[in-house]
Design a protein around this ligand. Structure first.
Ligand SMILES: *[C@@H]1O[C@H](CO)[C@@H](O)[C@H](O)[C@H]1NC(C)=O
Ligand SMILES: *[C@@H]1O[C@H](CO)[C@@H](O)[C@H](O)[C@H]1NC(C)=O
Ligand SMILES: *[C@@H]1O[C@H](CO)[C@@H](O)[C@H](O)[C@H]1NC(C)=O
Ligand SMILES: *[C@@H]1O[C@H](CO)[C@@H](O)[C@H](O)[C@H]1NC(C)=O
Ligand SMILES: *[C@@H]1O[C@H](CO)[C@@H](O)[C@H](O)[C@H]1NC(C)=O
Ligand SMILES: *[C@@H]1O[C@H](CO)[C@@H](O)[C@H](O)[C@H]1NC(C)=O
Length: 625
């Protein structure tokens, strides 16, 4: 029974956790750039975090070029001396669909050339080029807003200098929206980014943020610009106090207020036409909002419109009351159109009734998201950046290869169709005043074909791991302070055609695998080093031995010493034995010697006496006789 209760409690706990994490509130991150403390802005007490996650730049006081921008007093600007690209990398962003908004500022200092113009990229894709004059307009030119899927836990927003002043950023907002919000068709998803070009609430004179309308947070706190007329009193605003049905619904959560006002065409000009300038040769996603709030229209068939974009009918026979089943109810239509010219014109032509009506318009540019650089290679370049102490002016922030308009200087990119990612095929950092060392992590750059680090002050050894970069064809490390010996591993680089190691402090034997290739159509230069040897034209390797040779000789010497020691020991032992024997012999020497000679004497004497005896016996005993 107790167990059951525990299980029940744990289950409840898990369910409640699940509720918290499944996100009844969307992720929200707002940063007040340049701010040293958190800031709350009136009237909604919106929280702006103090500045963080930037790659460089200088915090200072800013001026608000537009009343749309939040009331923040600081900004961060990025002088060109700190590199051509700088970023905010906001980490721990949950996977999801986001509305990212970046507000631009102007440094509050008269000596500054006002109004910087620069490029903005989000997750490696160029989304905006600031138009000249942006700071003189009180409209959405003061910020860029884009809808994007973030699925790597980080939001990377970068600012690319174009030589027109220092990028200055006032504030950043990362607001989670519904995964299906602004679903516009099969192309919607991770491969596309939607940049807001225009979002207008018709028939009002005050622009509003979603938060001012008390809108649902999943709507991303959209900014609704105001438009009182499409031009020359061809229309008139109308409004209603009635509440509007079918608003604030997933996935877009449109606030009801935008449907309580509208523009209505007049008797002199029955067609309503909204025209705006756009960048040519792009795709635009157009969202049109309607609600029948005109009291003179109460049932289906009273107002029918044909809607065209740039002359092509995109929605024929739009009868709002018929389509939503009544008055004061919201209707949203969307379509995606390619635009080749510089204008986008939306025309509403009444085919029944005499007036056209519209509540709101949203226009997005559909941008194909860039593929990023292979992550392992980005890490390799970052190690290189740190180890070489790359100067700030070179930048190297954000993604190395994208946006394609702003690659890192000194890094060359190639698109790998197999992995669908960018890879690095060249590094060209000659004569850049680099002072560090070359790290082993350079081997993470598996697709390198050429490396030129000539004319720097790089010291330390040539990394052994360089031998793993199989595709390497050109390696120029000349005029640096590389020391130690040339690693044998370079001999494995079978594609190597150019190898310039001249003008360093290298020593030791040139690997045989490299020396042997000199005959083929390769250009290797080993001159001007501390003491390289082993190929024709350089000293023979007498004094300068490779590590292998040194070990070999060391081992040989040890064996020789051991052998000699063994021989000496053996000889000593043997000599000791002989000496001992001789010592024993010396003790018994008089007897032994005399016995021997005695025996001989006796024998001699015997034979002598025998002869004599016989002779004497034949001749008779001379003495005895
Ligand atoms: C910014 O303005 C404050 C006063 O509002 C001033 O104290 C501060 O020195 C200014 N900072 C800079 C960098 O100009
Ligand atoms: C937008 O239009 C597309 C294609 O016409 C349609 O599939 C989609 O449901 C529409 N989106 C919304 C939110 O109405
Ligand atoms: C819009 O502005 C005009 C004057 O510019 C003003 O008379 C009118 O009351 C305003 N309307 C709203 C709804 O604020
Ligand atoms: C490397 O750069 C230097 C200086 O610009 C140049 O002279 C040299 O030819 C380059 N090396 C290779 C292999 O291209
Ligand atoms: C290479 O130079 C560094 C100093 O820059 C020194 O510490 C190191 O011992 C040298 N290595 C060799 C093999 O001479
Ligand atoms: C090799 O480098 C030296 C300078 O260190 C230069 O004088 C020589 O011409 C180079 N040799 C070749 C074949 O390029």
């Amino acid at each position: 029974m107790l167990g059951f209760h525990y299980c029940f409690l744990i289950l409840c706990f898990c369910v409640s956790l699940q509720l918290v994490y499944s996100g009844h509130e969307p992720y929200v991150m707002r940063i007040s750039c340049g701010a040293r403390h958190d800031v709350h802005t009136a009237p909604t007490k919106t929280l702006w975090h103090k500045d963080f996650a930037y790659t460089g730049g200088i915090p200072t006081n800013g001026t608000n070029p537009s009343y749309i921008a939040p009331r923040l007093t600081t900004l961060r600007y990025f002088p060109f001396s700190e590199g051509p690209e700088n970023c905010y990398n906001i980490k721990r962003v949950p996977h999801g669909h986001y509305s990212i908004r970046i507000f631009f500022g102007v440094v509050a200092e008269p000596s500054f050339d006002n109004e910087p113009l620069f490029d903005v990229s989000v997750e490696g894709t160029l989304v905006y080029t600031l138009p000249s004059g942006w700071s003189n307009h009180d409209d959405e030119r003061a910020f860029v807003e884009a809808l994007i899927f973030l699925d790597d836990g980080t939001a990377s927003l970068c600012f690319h200098s174009t030589g027109h002043g220092d990028p200055a950023i006032l504030a950043i907002e990362i607001l989670q929206v519904d995964d299906r919000s602004y679903y516009f068709g099969p192309d919607f998803g991770k491969g596309t980014i939607m940049r807001t070009v225009k979002r207008l609430s018709c028939g009002v004179n005050d622009s509003m943020f979603g938060v001012d309308y008390g809108a649902n947070h999943w709507g991303g706190d959209r900014f609704w610009g105001s438009i009182e007329t499409f031009g020359r009193n061809s229309d008139r605003p109308i409004s209603t106090e009635n509440s509007i049905k079918s608003t604030s619904k997933a996935p877009n959560f449109y606030p009801g207020s935008i449907y309580q006002t509208a523009l209505l065409s007049t008797d002199n000009e029955p067609e309503l036409t909204y025209t705006m300038d756009v960048d040519p040769n792009k795709k635009y996603s157009v969202w049109l909002h309607f609600a029948e709030i005109d009291p003179s229209v109460t049932f289906a068939g009273q107002r029918v419109m044909d809607i065209s974009i740039n002359g092509d009918t995109v929605f024929p026979n739009v009868d709002i009351v018929k389509m939503v089943g009544g008055v004061n109810s919201a209707l949203v239509l969307n379509t995606t159109v390619p635009v080749s010219g510089r204008t986008l014109a939306i025309a509403l032509h009444p085919t029944k009734g005499t007036h056209a009506i519209i509540s709101a318009i949203e226009i997005f540019e559909v941008i194909i998201a860039e593929s990023k650089t292979f992550l392992d290679e980005v890490r390799g370049l970052q190690s290189l950046k740190n180890a070489l102490g790359l100067p700030l002016r070179l930048g190297w922030n954000g993604d190395p290869c994208v946006p394609q308009q702003h690659p890192w200087s000194g890094a060359y990119c190639q698109f790998d169709k197999i992995s669908n990612k960018w890879v690095i095929d060249g590094i060209d950092l000659d004569n850049q005043g680099l002072r560090g060392f070359l790290p082993n992590e350079i081997s993470r750059l598996r697709h390198l074909q050429s490396i030129n680090l000539s004319g720097n002050s790089i010291h330390g050894p040539i990394p052994i791991a360089l031998g793993m970069v199989n595709s390497l064809e050109k390696l120029d490390l000349s005029y640096n302070f590389f020391n130690g010996s040339i690693p044998e591993s370079l001999g494995q680089l079978t594609s190597l055609r150019t190898l310039n190691l001249n003008g360093n402090s290298l020593s030791g034997r040139i690997p045989a695998a490299l020396g042997g290739r000199l005959l083929h159509r390769a250009s290797f230069n080993f001159t001007d080093n501390a003491g390289l040897c082993g190929i024709p034209g350089l000293p023979t390797c007498g004094t300068h031995l490779t590590v292998g040779a040194k070990i070999g000789i060391g081992l040989g010497a040890c064996v020789a010493v051991l052998l000699i020691a063994t021989c000496i020991t053996c000889w000593w032992k043997r000599r000791q034995n002989i000496l001992r024997t001789q010592r024993i012999a010396a003790r018994d020497a008089p007897y032994a010697k005399s016995r021997t000679s005695f025996n001989r004497d006796v024998q001699m004497a015997r034979s002598y006496s025998h002869e004599h005896t016989r002779t004497a016996a034949e001749n008779g005993p001379p003495l005895l006789s």
